[in-house]
Design a protein around this ligand. Sequence first.
Ligand SMILES: C[S@@+](CC[C@H](N)C(=O)[O-])C[C@H]1O[C@@H](n2cnc3c(N)ncnc32)[C@H](O)[C@@H]1O
Length: 236
Amino acid sequence: MFTPQGPTLRELTVQALSSVEHGYDLLAPKFEATPFRTPDRILTAVARALEELGPFDTGLDLCCGTGAGLPVLRSVCAGRVTGVDFSTNMLAEARRRHPTATLVRADALALPFTAAFDLAVSFGAFGHFLPDEQRTLFAGVHAALRPGGTLAFPLPAPPPVGSRAYWALWAFDTAMRVRNAVWRPPFVMYYRTFRLPDVRAHLEETGFQVTHQPLPAFGTRPDGSPNCRLVVARKG
Ligand SMILES: C[S@@+](CC[C@H](N)C(=O)[O-])C[C@H]1O[C@@H](n2cnc3c(N)ncnc32)[C@H](O)[C@@H]1O
């Protein structure tokens, strides 16, 4: 599906009927050929913005998958670069592609790190966490960062209400809710549950100081607001 190298519709269906962890284990060998892998354009824009915010020493890629974000960390971190993910097979792909990175298998909701990193990034994974789980997720990242450490991630603006993209995401999330109401194990993947005001509130409740800045490469909407922001949460 999507490209000849990517998963077939059947493979994608089997994946979507699994748990998130097992689904990614199945998808791992073909993941890089899917649109779910964060595009290089986003990675480059984030790396550029982080260059202005550094320097950083150690870096963590949260829910690293096959390691798309690891070169971003390499480009702005002088020290050790680590990826964490709970899918064994995604980590195996990451290990193959990024042999010098440290790769750790763990649930992002129970991170096994304390004051270990100066920078944490995450790409394309927050839709896997229900709104109620955001505080736990952010608290774990907060604990994993050293004092003064930074969590940074790109956050696209939601599509305008009524646009084609709006209805496409609405249809996807609705299909996921129906699927999760009738099928076990659940596959949590929602596109419309990670919104700036809630995310900001949850980060601040966790103890982060939050700012955000436009990622200029993605331009602006007709009202002048950015199409994509970098959210920057600092541990005091
Ligand atoms: C869409 S992929 C994104 C991978 C990579 N960050 C990228 O941008 O290409 C989402 C990743 O999040 C991981 N993931 C989802 N929920 C997780 C959790 N609770 N703990 C650890 N990893 C998780 C999945 O295993 C998967 O590798």
